[in-house]
Design a protein around this ligand. Structure first.
Ligand SMILES: Nc1ncnc2c1ncn2[C@@H]1O[C@H](COP(=O)(O)OP(=O)(O)OP(=O)(O)O)[C@@H](O)[C@H]1O
Ligand SMILES: [Mg+2]
Length: 165
């Protein structure tokens, strides 16, 4: 199973939107895609309900931690697990990074948003989750680009040239 976590201690950066989009895309290739909504606001669950409670991607509920969810889904033979992080819960964010194969940090094109990525990057560094066998396991994602922003331009240039946080 491939587990992807969308994390950022900052709110409103696109974690849930990115998770739902990745889940829908993964479900085009795989019949067993599960999403885990770790946010007490349950925005991802609400999106899934309003979309008709699809079987694929589906919502997996009942696990207390991200690690428990990943373990249960792995044992049950699922192909993809998408984890959606709530803002501001650093302990949960760390658990999700540790449970995931890949971590995406959605970031908006502003300086305060860039600075807020520090939490996730340093926790990933502590968890030794930046890369595995030279394959990156952590990436910034810019779901809401702003072409006129200087920070967006410099960040996109850095990412395009292979830069990593
Ligand atoms: N790619 C995008 N293009 C335009 N708007 C977007 C995009 N991604 C997210 N948004 C908008 O940004 C807002 C925040 O998105 P979202 O709820 O996915 O963020 P979040 O990080 O999950 O927020 P929270 O921290 O509250 O859980 C929403 O209004 C959403 O529609
Ligand atoms: Mg959210």
């Amino acid at each position: 199973m491939i587990t992807i976590a969308a994390v950022n201690s900052k709110g409103g950066v696109g974690k849930t939107t990115l998770t739902s989009a990745l889940a829908v895309r993964a479900a085009e290739d795989s019949p067993r895609v599960a999403m885990v909504d770790m946010d007490p606001q349950k925005s991802l669950v609400e999106w899934w309900k309003r979309r008709g409670k699809s079987d694929n991607p589906t919502i997996f509920e009942g696990a207390f931690t991200a690690g428990d969810a990943v373990e249960a889904l792995t044992l049950d033979g699922w192909d993809y697990c998408l984890l959606d992080d709530p803002p501001a819960f650093l302990t949960l964010l760390q658990e999700m990074i540790e449970a995931a194969d890949f971590t995406l940090i959605p970031v908006k094109a502003s300086m305060v948003d860039l600075l807020a990525t520090h939490d996730a990057v340093s926790l990933a560094r502590t968890a030794n989750a930046l890369e595995y066998a030279d394959v990156p396991r952590l990436a910034l994602a810019m779901p809401v680009p702003c072409a006129r922003s200087r920070s967006w331009l410099s960040l996109s240039t850095s990412v395009a040239s292979g830069g990593r946080p």
